[in-house]
Design a protein around this ligand. Structure first.
Ligand code: CP
Length: 313
């Protein structure tokens, strides 16, 4: 692959290759000296048109640990504010010969469009409601390390699925790896059309959580609700917030995940989020750095091969 635009484009063996390399980077990141030279001599530019804590910080750390020259574009202070288009901005940066472009954008499809215009490898750091591939890969690595496998697991994704690129990328990845995925939430947030991904849909949280191995909670993405129906947080927490009583319906060793940012007391009880016996939320953050290192390392290898032998190599 030249770019990492979505899980849709990845085969199961390619997913496994990323996760296997990421496992090696987890070990490197736990050492005192965390450096490798996989990206030495390459330039990585991070362009975040939407806010981010985890994704931006981990891509920056990942690039620096692999020896890249990393530049974070301050998009709020860029000429986008003077009316320059996304494509003109990308072409301007392209003329400076970056090797890896990491892009987050509020519009679905914007990162794919940009990838068609530039000469370097592009990594999608989240585009609208479409995909967030590195999040799904880090979630997969977290699950594989916690459960010892990434197939034939029962996995519940709960909450605002409609507006979630995390849910979409996870649904595709977990399906490709032959897991059974349940989507839990009110019909306004989990449309029946998501059954086309092969998922089972539940409106009742306790019924949906019965005997699952993994519980993945999602934030209410109010910024994408466009004036549509926004549930009351109190009512939502009562029906869909993950607390000890609801979690008791999952398997006794079920893990709890959340991509962050979390809204405690809305989709998840703070005590559950902090319970080190159940919650792997901090592990997800740790895996984020390793997965982004692996993804950029593999794309850089492909980029070097393309530059040496051409696109068909
Ligand atoms: N999970 C995730 O994408 O978090 P950020 O928005 O903080 O990057």
């Amino acid at each position: 692959q030249k770019h990492l635009l979505g899980i849709e484009q990845l085969r199961p063996d390619e997913i496994t290759t990323v996760l296997d390399l990421a496992d090696e980077y987890v070990d490197l990141n736990r050492r005192d000296i965390k450096h490798s030279d996989a990206l030495t001599g390459l330039t990585q530019v991070n362009m975040f048109f939407e806010n981010s804590t985890r994704t931006q910080a981990s891509f920056e750390l990942a690039g620096k640990r692999l020896g890249a020259d990393v530049m974070n574009m301050a998009m709020q202070a860029s000429s986008i504010k003077k009316g320059e288009t996304l494509i003109d901005t990308a072409m301007t940066l392209n003329a400076m010969h970056p090797d890896l472009l990491v892009v987050r954008h509020p519009h679905s499809g914007a990162v794919d469009l940009l990838a068609q215009k530039v000469n370097c490898a592009v990594l999608n750091a989240g585009d609208g409601k479409h995909e967030h591939p590195t999040q799904a890969l880090l979630d997969a690595l977290t699950i594989r390390r916690a459960k010892g496998r990434l197939h034939r697991l029962n996995i519940a994704i709960c909450g605002d699925v409609t507006h979630s690129r995390v849910a979409r990328s996870n649904l595709i990845l977990l399906g490709k790896m032959e897991n059974r995925v349940r989507l839990i939430g009110p019909p306004t947030l989990v449309p029946a059309s998501f059954a086309e991904f092969g998922a089972e849909i539940y409106e009742d949280m306790e019924e949906g959580l019965k005997d699952v191995d993994v519980v993945m909670m999602l934030r209410l993405q109010k910024e994408r609700m466009d004036g549509g129906f926004i549930p009351s947080e109190r009512e939502y927490y009562h029906r869909y917030g993950l607390d000890a009583a609801k979690l008791a319906h999952a398997k006794a060793d079920a893990i709890v995940m959340h991509p962050g940012p979390m809204n405690r007391g809305v989709e998840i009880d703070g005590e559950i989020a902090d319970d080190i016996n159940r919650s792997v939320i901090q592990e997800q953050v740790e895996m984020g750095v390793a997965v982004r290192m692996a993804a950029m390392d593999l794309l850089a290898r492909n980029l070097r091969a393309i530059r040496q032998y051409g696109e068909t190599s």
